[in-house]
Design a protein around this ligand. Structure first.
Ligand SMILES: Cc1ncc(COP(=O)(O)O)c(C=O)c1O
Length: 490
């Protein structure tokens, strides 16, 4: 019977907040699950360990100073840019798992948020408030040592010679394009499957965003399509390391070197991610990052920064972020007022300490999702995201595909069960009204358009509990099978 497939690992339930559940009687567990259960063999703990061992490719490598021509490719041979879901979930020895029947009255379930930043922010609360009180009393709210300290730490984390703080990730992109000299008439290639800011930055400077399709496996921009879009007007490429996964940067670097184009990395969702051991933001000419609270280094308001290895490029970024001022009240250019507040910088400097642990928690959550979905065999019907062998994924989003036009119904069913889920992104940028004049009819970016109709991001934030994760998978399982039954009946 389809509905009797397992979805909840008891060993996993007992590991964190679910200790109480582990101790439950069979009858009360039965009530929690909303049906009878039986046990089958699956080894979640080993799966999680196996995942971490298999995918952790980090190497300690400082990218060093780079100029426009960029550093040579690392000698590590490029592994294929894909890993199947089967590979990620293939190592499952035995343990026990509780299996619900999906018939009967659904059990009431507590809400699971898509994101809760308060849980891990609570760990540094006292330290942040203390430092904020000091700044409050001293009155230094702009610039100063807190911004400098943060920039030094960010440069270290991103393995870049320079990090320059600014007011947002959106500003970082505009400033990067300004430093690249992008102007009206220029074309900049970027994906249409990304947040609006990637393309709006190009538009704001009077240049034309040229949209490339994505690789359906990674959701990242497809270098083969990018190459086909290059012409005499092309000045730059913006690969977006979407959802925390690095793009195929060896391909983009090669394209930019041979075509003499600027390579601007949109790292807003991917601080800490790596491609062939190299930190994102240190591979192209400029890296653009966001501190928007939902990001992996989420701030306490808006903020962002840029990375660069070239001294001149970094100096230019600083000038553009400070009204284009080269000396006090001497303006060589018209720049922006794009600063990060000292209060923000001070808190983020403290939060940097958490960065590795936050990424590890996200990775552990993903390993667990992969195992739970395999347990209940949903891995064969849903498209689960994967981590290419040459990448270190930091999972800003855990985004699955729901096929057969069922995504919106499943999302609604999850909402009924109080499970947070979101669609990033429902509409390709190429199909946004504000870009209608660019002329991308339906069907021009087929992989992007298909992804927009299928993707659903599930809670993966650090601090998500095991029992919450179990509820996400249980609810999805239940929604999928009750919908399948309705479809079969109708
Ligand atoms: C891919 C991408 N680029 C740029 C941005 C812009 O960052 P911010 O919100 O800090 O302006 C975001 C933020 O959501 C993003 O996800």
């Amino acid at each position: 019977m389809d509905g009797a497939l397992g979805y909840l690992s008891r060993s996993a339930v007992g590991r964190q907040d679910g200790t109480r559940l582990e101790k439950m009687s069979k009858a009360s567990l039965d009530r929690f699950l909303g049906g009878a259960y039986r046990t089958v063999g699956v080894g979640l703990r080993s799966v999680a360990r196996g995942f971490a061992t298999q995918v952790d490719l980090r190497t300690e490598r400082f990218a060093g100073g780079k100029t426009k021509s960029m550093s040579p490719s690392p000698s590590t041979p490029a592994a294929p840019h894909s890993t199947s879901a089967a590979q990620l979930t293939a190592f499952a020895p035995n343990s026990t798992i509780a299996v619900p029947q999906t018939s009967g009255t659904p059990a009431p379930m507590a809400a699971v948020p898509l994101l809760d930043v308060t849980r891990t922010n609570a760990e540094i609360r006292d330290e942040v408030l203390q430092l904020w009180a000091q700044i409050y009393d001293q009155g230094g709210f702009i610039g100063g040592p807190h911004v400098k300290n943060l920039e030094a730490e960010l440069a270290r984390v991103c393995e870049s010679r320079h990090a320059i703080a600014c007011a947002s990730g959106s500003d970082a992109l505009v400033l990067a394009l300004m430093a690249a000299g992008i102007e009206p008439g220029d074309e900049v290639i970027c994906p249409a499957f990304t947040f609006f800011a990637t393309a709006s930055a190009v538009w704001r400077l009077g240049a034309t965003p040229v949209f490339a399709d994505i690789d359906p496996l990674t959701f990242n921009m497809d270098p083969v399509h990018v190459r086909s879009l290059i012409n005499n007007h092309t000045k730059a490429i913006i690969p977006v390391h979407l959802f925390g996964l690095a793009c195929d940067m060896s391909a983009f670097r090669e394209i930019c070197e041979t075509e003499d184009l600027w390579l601007i990395e949109d790292c807003a969702q991917s601080i800490g991610a790596r491609f062939q051991g190299q930190a994102v933001g240190s591979i192209g000419d400029i890296g653009c990052f966001s501190f928007y609270p939902s990001k992996n280094l989420g701030g306490f308001g808006d903020g962002g920064f840029m990375t660069a290895n070239d001294d001149q490029v970094a100096a230019q970024l600083r000038i553009f972020a400070n009204h284009g001022m080269t000396e006090t009240y001497r303006h060589e250019y018209v720049g922006l007022n794009s600063r990060l507040d000292s209060l923000q910088a001070a808190a983020l400097w403290i939060k940097c300490r958490q960065l590795d642990s936050l990424a590890e928690q996200r990775r552990a959550n993903v390993a667990r999702y992969q195992a739970l979905f395999a347990d209940c065999k949903l891995d064969s019907v849903l498209g689960l995201p994967t981590e290419p062998a040459n990448c270190f994924h930091v999972w800003n989003q855990y985004t699955i595909r729901i096929p057969d036009g069922r995504r919106d119904e499943i999302k609604a069913a999850l909402a009924e069960r109080k499970i947070g889920a979101a669609v990033y992104y429902p509409t390709p940028l190429s199909r946004q009204r504000c870009f209608a004049s660019l002329g991308y009819p339906e069907g021009s970016l087929p992989h992007t358009e298909r992804a927009c109709g299928e993707v659903l991001s599930l809670p993966v934030f650090p601090g998500l509990t095991h029992s919450e994760q179990d509820r996400v998978v249980a609810s999805l399982h239940e929604a999928w099978h009750s919908q399948s039954r309705l479809r079969a009946a109708g």
